[in-house]
Ligand binder design. Structure first.
Ligand SMILES: Cc1ncc(COP(=O)(O)O)c(C=O)c1O
Length: 360
């Protein structure tokens, strides 16, 4: 007899995982917005040291990591949440804030995990289409906020569209959100954004106790395999609530040690950002030569419509895979006929462009 699962399981969408894990090593993995750079030797060393003590549970308060983040960003440790990846904090926020009758507002297309929030909680999702430049339509989002709204998510830069709004527009939007509504600004890619200083949004926390900046070590720090993210919050209550709904040891010892060490290497972060910006320009040129105009990327990936439209998407994505280049198809991300391509190494990007040229 088949197991009888609850309603949530029928509602929760299955995460569209990249199909890269059983492939030969020379495949260009441009499908998951990962860093092409291996972890820093000092980070590997810090993790290796910690492995000798894994007969003990990790620190459930993440005190050292929160202290290091507090020193780095000037936010009190009591207002910093840690997670098993930032996704863990995102899902915990859904669990803590949402329930049947409540509403969550976010843009679409945006991060593919957001639909999970309503599905898992029974809340209603208001998905507000991005505008013709693939940007969040903040006016339309503000118009969807009702007495039932508990959570508004703004993804800046936005995944999968790669675009970012200037911070002053986001700041003006937050002013319009009632104080009892949590505004979660997902900044997974903020380090790659050249429109504003990545640290500038932190100043907004002093003014908005309902604001949460969601960040991660998965992208510019290149630690997605270890799973560690964090939230810088305008108040303590979000931290308490997301900790309440999760198991106590949500961040493992290796991840904590790696993140602490990674924070000591701001120069490496800057170098990665510079390489990403070079890749961005090279990819933009390469795509332009193929007659493709990508969205204005402020992230470590680009987003564009295929010249052949939705009908050509499968053929191109499969064709690229046969040539050893994995990218994300737009259909799975909310825009059939689009492609999302992570910037890899210079060689991988050139390989992608050559393969795409042949397929077009
Ligand atoms: C916008 C956005 N937010 C959050 C995440 C989650 O990252 P992680 O759980 O690895 O910190 C991702 C990952 O791709 C993302 O694109």
């Amino acid at each position: 007899m088949a197991l009888e699962f609850n309603d949530r399981v029928r509602r929760i969408p299955v995460y569209p995982a990249a199909s890269a894990y059983a492939l030969p090593e020379d495949v260009a993995l441009l499908a998951s917005n990962e860093s092409p750079d291996p972890p820093l030797p000092a980070v590997v060393e810090a993790v290796t040291q910690v492995l000798n003590g894994v007969n003990r549970y990790p620190d459930p308060t993440n005190a050292k990591l929160r202290g290091a983040l507090s020193d780095r960003y000037g936010v009190p440790a009591s207002r910093i949440a840690i997670g098993n990846g930032s996704c863990d904090i995102l899902l915990a926020a859904g669990e803590a804030l949402l329930e049947p009758g409540a509403e969550v507002v976010y843009a679409w297309p945006s991060f593919s995990v957001y639909p999970h929030l309503a599905a898992a909680s029974g809340a209603r999702a208001l998905e507000v289409p991005v505008d013709e430049n693939h940007l969040h339509d903040l006016n339309a989002m503000a118009a969807e906020i009702t007495a039932a709204t508990r959570l508004v998510v703004v993804c800046n830069p936005n995944n999968p569209t790669s675009t970012a709004l200037p911070l002053d527009q986001i700041a003006a939007f937050i002013e319009r959100v009632p104080r009892h509504v949590c505004v979660l600004l997902d900044e997974a890619y903020c380090e790659f954004n050249t429109l504003d200083d990545p640290d500038a949004s932190i100043d907004l926390l002093a003014k908005h106790p309902n604001l949460v900046l969601l960040r991660t070590f998965s992208k510019v720090h290149g630690l997605c395999g270890l799973r560690v993210g964090y939230a810088l919050c305008g108040g303590d209550e979000f931290v308490t609530a997301v900790n309440q709904v999760r198991q106590p040891f949500f961040c493992n010892a290796a991840a904590q040690a790696a993140a602490i060490e990674a924070l000591r290497h701001g120069d490496a972060v800057n170098a990665r950002v510079e390489r990403t910006i070079v890749a961005r320009l090279e990819m933009e040129d390469g795509l332009n030569e193929l007659g493709i105009q990508a969205a204005d990327s402020q992230a470590n990936f680009c987003w564009f419509d295929l010249p052949g439209g939705p009908d050509s998407e499968r053929e191109i994505v499969d064709g690229l895979a046969r040539k050893g280049v994995l990218v994300r198809a737009g259909a799975a991300l909310g825009r059939p006929g689009a492609l999302r391509v992570t910037y890899g190494t210079q060689q991988q990007n050139a390989r992608f462009l050559a393969a795409l040229r042949e397929l077009l």
